[in-house]
Ligand binder design. Structure first.
Ligand SMILES: [Zn+2]
Length: 233
């Protein structure tokens, strides 16, 4: 049986395709009729790996943007590396999802360090970057950011159409209307894998489940590492 978990996501892609759009690699830039698929991994690499495999079955190319300072996952962990490998094995790209809020300053230096660390993890050059919770100053600007393609640059964010599913809603309007209004102008479509897994479950419930799972993992880790913990709680 086909994996029903991401079916609503593929319905959106189909909407674009049936309107004349073609899913393209981020590097094959075209101002018209291209659909660029971008995923920011803000929560869980497991869902990203699942989604990448479903996309690969449909020969869709996309980029998965990974954080190095997330409190929710650590790309250096063995379990994370297994998920990252699954994404790469599908032929999808890995990009850097930089969280400026994680640092005191000197962002250029931290971006360079994160790029290098992520490259060491995946064994490939990191060619693309997105900013987690971008500020006004992150939007627009040159395409080259610290030696990577910035998907918030003028070229990818302002010159073409942009859509995002942030917070489980289409924050930039309904896809049907946007496609109609775009008149063939290319799109960058940002989606977050955890939102599209199991479409019948509300986003708030998904986050609660995630919290419960992480709580169990954290308690297990405390017990494994600190014998005293079990004694006093
Ligand atoms: Zn993000």
């Amino acid at each position: 049986m086909a994996n029903y978990k991401y079916v609503a996501y593929f319905e959106v892609i189909e909407l674009f395709r049936s309107s004349g759009y073609e899913v393209c690699k981020i590097f094959d830039y075209n101002i018209n009729w291209a659909l660029y698929l971008r995923h920011d991994v803000d929560l869980d690499l497991k869902y990203a790996a699942e989604m990448a495999e479903e996309e690969a079955k449909k020969s869709l190319k996309s980029v998965y943007f990974i954080q190095l300072t997330s409190l929710f996952y650590n790309p250096l962990f063995k379990s994370s590396q297994i998920y990252i490998k699954r994404i790469l094995d599908c032929g999808q790209e890995i990009g850097l999802h930089f969280n400026h809020a994680a640092y005191m300053g000197d962002e250029d230096r931290m971006i360079a360090i994160e790029k290098e660390v992520l490259e060491l993890i995946i064994g490939k050059e990191i060619k693309t970057i997105t900013i987690h919770r971008p500020r006004e100053i992150d939007l627009g600007g040159p395409v080259n950011k610290n030696g990577m393609i910035s998907l918030y640059s003028e070229k990818y964010f302002l010159d073409i159409e942009y859509m995002s599913d942030s917070y489980g809603k289409w924050t930039y309007g309904d896809p049907r209307i946007r496609i109609k209004e775009a008149k063939g102008r290319s799109f960058q479509l940002l989606t977050h894998p955890y939102i599209w897994r199991s479409p019948k479950i509300k986003v708030a419930s998904k986050l609660k489940r995630f919290k419960n799972r992480k709580e169990i993992e954290l308690l297990q880790e405390l017990e494994n590492n600190f014998k005293l913990y079990k004694k006093f709680v």
